[in-house]
Design a protein around this ligand. Structure first.
Ligand code: ATP
Ligand code: SF4
Ligand code: MG
Length: 323
């Protein structure tokens, strides 16, 4: 089957000004480095890793919200860079994003109707079509019909995220990047939003990249999970394999850091942290980028980057010791 999304060597370096006043230089911040990733139609690819490891940047690259420094993304087998303007507009409607922050992402001066309909305005749809489409999306997102004339501040965090989801889905996309859609929400409503996204995926035939810090959040909704560290995918496997037989030392550490017991512990931030600081993406460590924090590191890890191996079918890992 042709993957819906196929990224090869995808790389993003942000030029950052560093140095003192007299010796200013531009240094590339290596946010995403040579990532290969394919996502099959209908699947939910979970993407997890600590803050700053490049998850959002990778998600934005996949839907061309930002240009890549290097590498290629095929959408349904087609490189978007080869499309003319009209075909590119259609392709853009087929790829949408749900943001983490339902407060910041919605314009407080626009009515819910205008917020949800905005992508259709950009697509040139008629007013009558837009009104009907908004009504349908409010219903699908579990919002009351009278929400359309109200403003974002009149809604709770969970309802605002439902508005964000309705907006993202109104163009009937095929691929949606869900960028930490529940991280800013109270634990008690997180499951409702995850379930809504799962239901909508089934109903509308969607394919997701679902980003989270926390493996526990992606566990229920993902078919496969990719683990990212400092701009690289270090392990990828189907959801059950990754939880039952994690191989990469970083994945094992992430699983160990998921809070045990009641969810309120997570709310209070009582998670066990990985030892050591995340190195700067301005100067990533040579060899394996995880070697500065890895309990299994050996000499080769400090000089040679581990190649990606497939120790069992569909289970990819980049590690000299466990690969
Ligand atoms: N526009 C930008 N200019 C410069 N650096 C950037 C820019 N956007 C992101 N970065 C840097 O790129 C790296 C990856 O950022 P990104 O937001 O993709 O991480 P993330 O995994 O989504 O983090 P979080 O979990 O906090 O959302 C970070 O070091 C970040 O500071
Ligand atoms: S390659 Fe070496 S440093 Fe990197 S994760 Fe494996 S054992 Fe640890
Ligand atoms: Mg992010």
């Amino acid at each position: 089957m042709t993957p819906l999304i196929q990224a090869t060597g995808l790389t993003k370096h942000f030029p950052v000004r560093t140095g003192g006043i007299l010796r200013r230089v531009t240094t590339p911040l290596r946010a995403v480095e040579a990532v290969d990733l394919s996502i099959q139609p209908g699947e939910t690819m979970g993407l997890v890793g600590e803050s700053g490891c490049g998850k959002s940047t990778l998600g934005r690259l996949l839907i061309r919200l930002i240009p890549a420094t290097a590498g290629q993304v095929l959408f349904d087998g087609v490189d978007l860079l080869t499309l003319d303007a009209a075909a590119l507009r259609r392709a853009r409607q087929a790829m949408q994003i749900v943001f983490q922050d339902p407060y910041g992402a919605l314009n407080p001066r626009m009515t819910v109707e205008d917020i949800i309909a905005e992508p259709l305005v950009i697509a040139g749809s008629t007013t009558i079509r837009r009104r009907a489409a908004v009504g349908e999306m409010l219903d699908k997102a579990g919002l009351p019909a009278n929400a359309r004339d109200r403003y974002p501040h009149e809604f709770s965090g969970g309802q605002r995220q439902r508005i964000g989801i309705a907006r993202a889905l109104i163009t009937r996309p095929r691929f949606v990047v869900c960028d930490e859609p529940v991280s800013a929400l109270d634990v008690s409503v997180q499951a409702q939003i995850v379930n809504l996204l799962a239901d909508l995926r089934a109903e509308l035939g969607l394919t997701y990249l679902f980003i989270a810090h926390d493996l526990a959040v992606v566990k229920h909704i993902s078919t496969r999970v990719a683990v990212m560290y400092l701009g690289k995918i270090v392990e990828l496997a189907d959801r059950d394999t990754l939880h039952a037989r994690p191989r990469h030392p970083y994945t094992r550490a992430l699983i160990a850091s998921v809070p045990a017991g009641h969810p309120s512990r997570r709310r209070r931030g009582e998670t066990r942290r990985l030892a050591g600081d995340i190195p700067s993406a301005l100067h990533p460590p040579p060899g394996c980028r995880f070697h500065t924090r890895c309990p299994l590191a050996i000499d080769i890890c400090r000089v040679t980057e581990p190649a990606v191996t497939e120790p069992e079918p569909g289970h990819l890992i980049a590690c000299h010791v466990e690969g």
